[in-house]
Design a binder for this molecule. Structure first.
Ligand SMILES: *Cc1c(COP(=O)(O)O)cnc(C)c1O
Length: 422
């Protein structure tokens, strides 16, 4: 139509500027760029060692008990309506019992808020605390969605370092120096994505003490809870709920390898009732009432998923992760330009340091990953996506033969690009 290009659309004004800022913190953005570099006609299959979804590997298929619970819930015909107390209450009770097994006190269903995956749990806590002037302490390296949602909700983000030489522990002195009267919380991820670290009881106790001293709460992202296979066992932050109020974020996404099912939760681990007295619990409830609940048939299935899943399923997954972490660590140690400061003991990631000075024609981690995709059809996540330039994140939750092949290709890529001086 003539003149169509000059029509003055009333909505043609800047949209929410916080969206653009939040969008910068997206793993997806980097992965899309890398996929664009792929030579799809290449002779070899693509090996993605970049993302946190192992569900496509046959060895990581979820427990049959979990699949059966979902099928039974759908077939019952009882879960076709909107969520109601009749569907939500048993689900919340099941999650409270599941979490209470590892705590020195009992959670009740009132402590549990159901969410669509861990992502919505993050969105919820950031919405509740987010307002201009407030700041939150986040780890570096970190999980980008923490930062994206904090920024989107107009919070100031202050990064504390995780220290690679100390098993990626929290730099506790930095935490004290960063916090001020406008700090509301410190967020920790344990077991850790992207570092594969697992915090000891002792380290968590120190975090609790510092948070308590500063008068801030601890938000514990425990989406990888129980996925540990090293010398440190998993201790939920809620164990320290008497010292400091803890808000725990969880999901079935990773432990049951069903990230597409979108079932997560928020748990207030607060035996002294501080969050209730300060009305944080009311705000959580208000926000959760605004958003949509997880699908009701999953709410119906969750008590059975949590009760019936065979221990063997969990131990097989953990055994497999130990094996693939070993393979990954071993192979990386044979590559000169890449070093791994810490052998993972939990989750399914490891952070490795890239020394580009040993390579002839690679400028940084993003350049490294782009060329690796083009030449070897192997996808790694550049550390820049996680706030760590010159680092790489490797996911090892895949079939051992595929992982070995991917690491072989990585090794030959590094050899081919090694500078002559080395
Ligand atoms: C995957 C992940 C989440 C998000 O969980 P979903 O259930 O997939 O939405 C949250 N935190 C961390 C650290 C994760 O790796």
């Amino acid at each position: 139509m003539a003149g169509g290009g000059t029509k003055a659309w009333r909505f043609a004004r800047p949209t929410n500027p916080a969206l653009a800022a939040a969008g910068e913190r997206s793993i997806q953005r980097y992965l899309l760029q890398l996929h664009a570099c792929l030579d799809e006609r290449g002779p070899r299959p693509v090996i993605p060692l970049s993302h946190g979804d192992p569900s496509s590997s046959p060895s990581f298929r979820t427990a049959p008990e979990a699949e059966e619970a979902v099928v039974a819930a759908v077939r019952s015909g009882e879960y076709n309506g909107y969520s109601s107390p009749a569907t939500a209450l048993p689900a919340r009770r099941a999650v409270s019992e599941y979490l209470s097994r590892d705590l020195p006190y009992k959670l009740s269903h009132d402590d549990i808020f159901l969410t669509c995956g861990g992502t919505q749990a993050i969105e919820t806590v950031m919405s509740v605390f987010g307002q201009p002037g407030v700041n939150i302490l986040l780890p570096k390296p970190g999980y980008p969605k923490h930062e994206a949602h904090a920024i989107f909700h107009r919070m100031e983000v202050r990064h504390y370092d995780l220290v690679p030489e100390r098993g990626w522990e929290v730099d506790l002195e930095a935490v004290e120096a960063l916090a001020d009267e406008n700090t509301v919380a410190i967020l920790i991820t344990n077991p850790n994505n992207p570092c594969g670290s697992v915090y000891t009881h002792e380290h968590l106790a120190k975090i609790a003490d510092i948070a308590s001293k500063l008068g801030i709460l601890v938000i514990a992202d425990e989406v990888y809870g129980h996925l540990v296979y090293g010398s440190t066992s998993f201790v939920p932050m809620g164990v320290f709920g008497e010292i400091v109020p803890v808000i725990t974020l969880g999901a079935i996404s990773k432990r049951w390898a069903v990230p597409g099912w979108r079932l997560g939760w928020i748990a207030t681990c607060d035996p002294k009732g501080v969050l209730r007295k300060t009305k944080v619990t009311d705000s959580l409830r208000s926000f959760v009432n605004l958003i949509s609940d997880p699908a009701t048939f999953l709410q119906g299935a969750i008590p059975h998923i949590m009760k019936n899943t065979n221990d063997e399923f969990f131990s097989n997954i953990v055994r497999l992760l130990k094996e693939t972490a070993d393979i990954c660590y071993g192979e990386i140690n044979e590559i000169k330009c890449i070093t791994c400061p810490y052998k993972p003991e939990g989750s399914f990631f490891m952070m490795v340091k890239l020394d580009v000075s040993q390579l002839s024609d690679i400028s940084d981690d993003v350049d490294f990953c782009s060329k690796l995709v083009k030449e070897e059809s192997v996808i790694l996540l550049p550390g820049k996506a996680l706030g760590m330039e010159h680092w790489l994140r490797i996911t090892f939750a895949t079939e051992p033969p595929t992982l070995k092949q991917g690491l072989e290709r990585l090794k030959s890529f590094c050899l081919r690009h090694q500078s002559q001086a080395n």
